[in-house]
Design a protein around this ligand. Sequence first.
Ligand code: MN
Length: 722
Amino acid sequence: MDPVQKDFENLKKKIALYFPDIDWSLLQKAFDLAEKFHRGQKRQSGEAYIHHPIAVTSILADMKMDTATLCVGLLHDLVEDTSISLNDIKNDFGETIAQLVDGLTKISKISFRSSHEKQAENFRKMLLAMAKDVRVVLVKLADRTHNMRTLGICSFDKQTRIAQETLDIYAPLANRLGISWLKIELEDLGLRYAKPETYKKIKKLVDQKKSERQQYIKTISELLHDKLKEFGLEPKITGRAKHFYSIHKKMESRNLSFEEIHDIIAFRMLTKNIAECYEALGIVHSFLKPIPGRFKDYIAMPKNNMYQSLHTTVVGPYGESLEIQMRTQEMHETAEQGIAAHWEYKDGKLDEKDANKFHWLRQMLEDQESMDNPREFIESVKLDLFASDIYVFTPKGEILEFPFGSTPLDFAYSIHTDVGNRCTGAKVNGRMVALKHRLKSGDRIEIITSAQQSPNKDWLKYVKTGRAKAKIRQFVKSKEREQAKVIGRDLLDREFRRHSKSLPKFEKLKDITNQVNLLSFANYEELLISIGYGKSTPEKILLKLFPELQRKEETKADPKEKIDEQDASRDYKGSKSAIKIQGIDGILVRLSKCCSPLPGDEIVGFISRGRGVSVHKVDCARLLELDSNREVFVEWSESAEKFLRDVKLRILCHDKPGIINHLSKVVLDLGVNVRSLNIKANERSKAIGTIDVQVYNKRQLTRCIHSIEKINGIISVERLRD
Ligand code: MN
């Protein structure tokens, strides 16, 4: 049989298993259209393009989706890539399917790393489309999953970029929707292409210990089974290695490598009902000692992606830590399929009672309306995408969820902006605490406010939620704008006087708006603010307003102006010529030390009066504390790569003889200069340290990191931030 037909037949077989009475003729029609119009198009691998939509639809069938979504899976690239129009789709398949395809077309060209403006815009579109119909994002996730599965064929640069984007956005999104099998696959594929050497190493280690691990799983399962049986319980018990990405995260966060096979195994019990979950837990705790602080009751307090289970960690028979989850069959399905488990595929909609489970999505969209800066928006969305793991109570006993590390301020802002702005502290379980106190699960929080209180910049360091960050920033920004206006008027006034002119008189001019418009400011206020922030100099404004001053200025050189020029010509390592700044010239440029941007990194500039422009990476943590009013658009210039730049790498490795020699040799062989190398052993025969290298651009750094990862004994290498 023709390979395309065969592919489609297999898809139909998969669908028939869960949805035998689907509208087969509509599905056939979608396939025929897609096959006809994609004919002749090839994927990068050389195979016919139509295999991609079929594969995407097959992933949607794994999610047990409805007719419309499956058709959209087949049609999703048509409007983007062929002569088919949205109207054609509407005529042939109706409004719903057309709308879904439209939503996907709008976001299909998402290229998150191209520029942060575009990234934010595309992401906003995705959220909007998703809020209208969550199926859009399910198709998008299926699309991304298939693209990740076939990423091996792409260029190295593309692999790293797509993989990082998958880890940053799509895997957390899958997690937020509760589809854990998809999240796991996206994370593992993401790791495989973002950190290929790390991935290979973990895979090798996991494979090596396989038989040992299976023996251990068998022993523990039997032990648990026998004990529970004494009490008349017979849950299904399984044990398995965690997925690669979570092993990687665990190794990274705890600075360890896994020699102990137990560290990477989790056990699961599937019980008949909820009561049995708690019963099993009690029995386990009665013969294996629980580790304090590790028990979590996600049955009483489900996660916001609907996940339910009991989690506990006990001391196992060999003194090892042993992780066990208890859940019912139904909870298990929700844990695997998330939102898809609650999808009424026959009616093509979500259960009534589950529809409001996606409150966070609406909240995210509401929050973004107050955010005019796209970079801040993306930052806040990324914060909010990561699942919450703290559950706290309001005085009335309602449960609210927060990310780890949240403080009373996050809590206060989640209630209302005004409560946040006026928050002076909180009572946690009846005891007074400070604003930066970290909340713990089960805490009961009562916010204390005062009319005299107002937010300040430091608060940004205390909060974890995107919402609180946005609200504080909004307040601080508007206050700083007011200040900038006052400073700007003061500076302008002085410059007027220096030329024996009167600013108050100028302000009374009837055509003042016209005059400032000519200088390309929307109004007089904007002009003052621009001076106040240091984006415009009063000298230049005056010269433009009164061209006759030009000649006088030429005859008497201003000493102050000269200092400025000197400053600007102090061009550290070509910082100035490396960066192009829109609309401003002759200004001091610094590549900031906190994130040490390299040519190839996405960057953003911040201007401050008298100190020029500092350039940061768009993902630099310090940006959250900077005022986006001061943001200026900056780009790398062609000459940026002529200079060697310093970068710090953090290295975690085994304390093995010769490893440092090996390391410096590998780096030198790449032609990369090592400035310093500083590695210290710690107590667990691991070593941790930093290495300072000099490179011309990001590409060279990425190659260097990959080569280091390859070295036997290296656990992880990370570009260090401040
Ligand atoms: Mn596609």
